[in-house]
Design a protein. Structure first.
Lengths: 382, 294, 249
């Protein structure tokens, strides 16, 4: 066996050699980032009319919620269909604090985020007692119960008459109002992306990803999975709550049916999944596509149920065809048809072996072959 | 609360619990054979109710007759859904992805109902809609009684099928230990498909029973998802008798609370029960060995 | 304890776990001594893996106690037991498929409270340690490859290296030789022996009798959920009860 690994190692060195070409890739990435950021930031200037501008604000709020959802869904693999609960709590929390306690709008907004976290602690503890299915059930149940309560508790929420949230900037005209909130949402999104990026490379993030891949194994390696999951859930709830609060400040009129909507939670999942839950920009990309489509449907078909059918079909297709999302799918395509990138990062062991064999510099010893043939099972089904 | 009122709501609770039990049995079947939480179950329930209404609306015949169409149709749809959709998912992420897939199906059904029959509220008018029977001083609507008999009979049939038939034994073996069932020669894929078919058949029966007595509209299924999910967790995921008991207890509880606090707050009973179950006994109160890992 | 025996490492008393009506582990009382390579053998279904799972906290036993270095660890959550110094591998190797080899290693880094939220996955020292362990098992050249793309043998080595990352005193391996080629079996055996020389206690479930007999100091034979015989490899091999249970003679 030492022989085998020795040969492999020399060949890896050979394969790594042209890795110097990764520098342009980084430059391309920086350029792409700058262009995208510039495009997003110049949207209010590009939008032809206030309606389109407000659609942009809506899409930005979708991007926020989808990215917030991904703190739980992407890192741990626990799919929550009830994140609209946090959105609604954040929205109503902000609205009620301003209306009843006369708090300054953005203090109320932050406080509502904290309240969401406090409410989420017991829910999270209950939901994370057991794995998988029960978590989903609790997540849906939570949003349904809040919908019931919000509809019934008219004194607090105004029920279906709605709750009017005073505008934070009363002096602004409507387009200026949209523009201000577009930038506020983008700023919130930037904070989330930064947090996601930091967690992604942290020890905490590594633990969460281990939970997603194999929870038993993570526990056996000493990861305090329950606490990690709970913290991820709280962070996710906090940011979703902030998105909801921001929405309340922007839109100014809340109705339980729309704030505590299972559909909204489903949109978050769809967006994140479509883009790719394991990628920083996945939810953002998904939100641009799905959010854009939703706004288009709203404009074209208005009150019909067609958007429901379209969302359902899209969700089904994503789950069946690209459960890993667009970003990895595109990356695979690029890798297959794009320029040959021989950096070791992009090379799998199997490809390495193929590479080794092709270059005729010695293949694996015969006894290694059966191992290669055997699919590396993850042992998930026990 | 007076004695007769108490008795009245107790009887109504039992009638409601019967319907819950039948529907929860369907959910238990899906979960048992495939470890799938079937969000679309109540959407199919409402679809069946719409079909019963449409059948009655078009033909003028008794909506119960629509069962002869919907039950086979739903059974086939269930088998198809398992074979064509659920079976395609990767085993490693089956639980989560199947939730999303069935959620998509639920949305699709809700959207299609809305497109075809619009969002208008519908209600079946029957010659016996307004009639009541006296039952030890309690006044019970005939339609509720019919619905209960229908649900009870179906549940009984299902129970007999599961315990007495060859297929039932294969199904229970698959639920208990899939690999072991495969080892003794049970074609678990086929069994899983048929289990799904049976599950959807319960939705067909339940929907027809519901249509007799309820005003229906496309998004009604969300009112059923929560309670049914709570029932299967309280009963212990994967245990048919467990969920039946939980359904009865919670159905009666809801009915009793309704008198005092109104419909909305009575509904919260389910969520409180769900919460308490997870905190105190996450594997469910009645059986439910499977739940620990899921 | 007699004078020349090493101190007790892991002990179970009357450990019991049933599934449905089947007692997978049935009143198992076993003592493993420090610094030894202990083997756990027995026919399929004799409860070895369930015993493992009860000891490491993956399953809560119905009755009985597990003691590690004099401390009760029964029913503690798995990550606490891991941090107490018991590392384990799984039957049919399990790695984190969509994480790189290095990330796989860093999962086992000791949590540091709130500091986990910021900063890298591992400190420079921890990353160094991970790399050294990868060199030791011979897969360091693959550190940036996603684990799903490793061969089965490489995954086995990665799993072992990951267990070592947590600095366990006692290492429980569930069929380390299962499904790997003879050359690799030899290599894993050598690794186990080296690590044992460095003071690690081993608890190995294994079906490969050559490996068990050549490697272990102490063999415990399981049948129907409890130990039926134990002793040195040669003593166990000669025990008629073992032949009866194990070989069905």
């Amino acid at each position: 066996m030492p022989n085998a690994s020795d040969t492999e190692r020399t060949l890896v060195a050979a394969a790594t050699a042209p890795a110097g070409r990764r520098v342009p890739a980084r430059a391309v990435r920086m350029l792409a980032f700058t262009v995208c950021a510039a495009l997003i930031l110049s949207w209010p200037g590009l939008a032809p009319n206030p309606y389109i501008l407000s659609a942009g604000v809506m899409v930005a709020s979708y991007a926020c919620t989808a990215t917030a959802w991904n703190f739980m869904g992407g890192f741990t693999g626990y799919v929550s269909l009830g994140h609209a609960a946090f959105f609604g709590l954040g929205a109503y929390g902000t609205g009620v604090l301003i209306r009843d306690l006369d708090w300054p709008p953005f203090a109320a907004w932050l406080a509502a985020g904290v309240i969401v976290v406090l409410i989420t602690v017991p829910v999270g503890i209950a939901a994370l007692r057991v794995r998988g299915a029960s978590f989903v059930i609790v997540s849906i149940a939570f949003v349904l119960i809040l919908l019931l309560v919000a509809q019934t508790w008219q004194d607090l929420t105004g029920g279906s008459d709605g709750l009017v949230v005073p505008r934070p900037f009363p002096d602004l005209s409507r387009p200026e109002h949209h523009r201000a909130f577009f930038y506020l949402f983008v700023a919130l999104l930037a904070v989330m992306l930064l947090a996601w990026w930091a967690i992604d490379r942290s020890r905490f993030g590594t633990g969460l990803k281990a939970v997603r891949e194999d929870e038993d194994k993570a526990q056996a390696l000493g990861v305090p999975t329950r606490n990690y999951k709970l913290v991820a859930y709280l962070i996710s709830a906090f940011f979703t709550g902030l998105s909801g609060g921001m929405y309340a400040l922007w839109f100014g009129d809340l109705d339980p049916i729309f704030q505590f909507s299972v559909l909204l939670g489903a949109y978050m999942v769809l967006m994140a999944l479509l883009g790719g839950v394991r990628h920083l920009y996945g939810p953002l990309l998904g939100a641009l596509i799905v959010g854009g489509a939703l706004e288009y449907f709203e404009l074209e078909f208005g009150g019909t149920q067609l958007h429901l059918v379209a969302a359902a079909v899209l969700l089904g297709v994503v789950v069946l065809v690209t459960p890993d999302g667009i970003i990895p799918a595109v990356r695979d395509l690029v890798r297959r048809f794009g320029p040959q990138d021989s950096s070791i990062r992009e090379m799998t062991a199997a490809e390495l072996l193929a590479h080794n064999r092709a270059s005729g510099r010695g293949g694996p010893p015969p006894d290694e072959a059966p191992d290669e043939a055997a699919a590396p099972g993850t042992g998930e089904e026990r | 609360m007076s004695g007769s009122l108490l008795f009245q709501s107790l009887v109504l609770g039992v009638l409601l619990g019967g319907l819950y039990a039948l529907l929860a049995a369907g959910l238990t079947l899906y979960f048992g054979v495939m470890r799938v939480v079937m969000i679309a179950h109540s959407a199919f329930l409402i679809l069946a109710a719409y079909l019963a209404w449409y059948f009655n609306d078009q033909t003028g015949w008794d909506p119960l007759l629509s069962l002869f169409v919907t039950v086979p149709l739903f059974f086939a749809a269930g088998v198809g859904m398992q074979r064509l959709l659920i079976a395609r998912l990767r085993p490693a992420t089956l639980t989560m992805m199947s939730v999303l897939l069935t959620f998509a199906v639920a949305l699709l059904i809700e959207g299609m109902i809305g497109l075809i029959w619009s969002g208008t509220q519908r209600r079946i008018q029957l010659p016996y809609s307004g009639s009541n029977v006296e039952f030890f001083g309690a006044s019970i609507a005939v339609v509720k009684l019919v619905a209960f008999v229908l649900a009870g009979a179906s549940l009984g049939l299902l129970y007999l099928l599961l315990t007495k038939s060859r297929f039932g034994r294969a199904l229970r073996a698959t639920i208990q230990h899939k690999e072991a069932a495969q080892l003794v020669g049970i074609k678990t894929d086929r069994v899983a498909g048929l289990g799904f078919g049976l599950g959807l058949a319960t939705a067909a029966v339940g929907g027809t029973a519901l249509a007799l007595d309820a005003t229906i509209y496309p998004s009604l299924h969300w009112h059923w998802v929560g309670p049914l999910m709570a029932i299967i967790v309280v009963g212990g995921l994967g245990s048919v008798p467990g969920t039946a008991i939980a359904a009865m207890v919670l159905g009666i509880g809801q009915s009793l609370l309704q008198v005092e606090f109104g419909t909305t707050w009575a509904q919260t009973l389910f969520y409180i029960a769900l919460f308490v179950t997870l905190m105190v006994r996450p594997q469910g109160f009645f059986g439910g060995r499977l739940a620990q890992r899921f | 304890m007699t004078a020349h025996e090493p101190p007790r490492s892991l002990e179970t008393v009357d450990l019991t776990k049933s599934f449905g009506g089947v007692r997978a582990v049935d009143g198992a009382t076993v003592t493993f001594r420090h610094g030894r390579i202990n083997a756990l053998i027995g026919p399929n279904g004799s409860g070895k893996t369930t015993f493992f799972n009860c000891v490491t906290g993956m399953i809560r036993p119905d009755a009985g106690t597990v003691t590690y270095r004099g401390q009760q660890i029964t029913g503690r959550p798995p990550h606490r037991i891991a941090r107490a110094g018991i590392g384990r591998s799984f039957q049919l190797c399990r790695v984190f498929p969509r994480m790189t080899v290095l990330e796989n290693m860093l999962v086992a880094v000791r949590p540091a409270g709130l500091r986990d939220l910021v900063g890298g996955a591992g400190s420079p020292a921890e990353t160094d340690k991970a790399r050294r362990l990868l060199v030791r098992v011979g897969i360091d050249h693959l550190e940036n490859v996603e684990a799903a793309n490793l061969s089965y043998g490489q995954q086995k080595l990665l799993e072992l290296a990951g267990v070592l990352m947590g600095d366990p005193d006692t290492i429980m391996l569930d069929e380390p030789a299962g499904g790997v080629n003879p050359a690799l079996i030899g290599r894993i055996g050598t690794l186990i022996r080296e690590l044992n020389d460095e003071g690690k206690t081993f608890l190995v479930v294994e079906h490969n009798m050559d490996m068990v007999m050549s490697l272990s100091h102490h063999v415990v034979v399981f049948d129907r959920g409890r130990p039926i015989a134990e002793g040195t490899p040669s003593a166990v091999r000669a025990d008629p009860r073992v032949l009866e249970a194990y070989l069905g003679i």
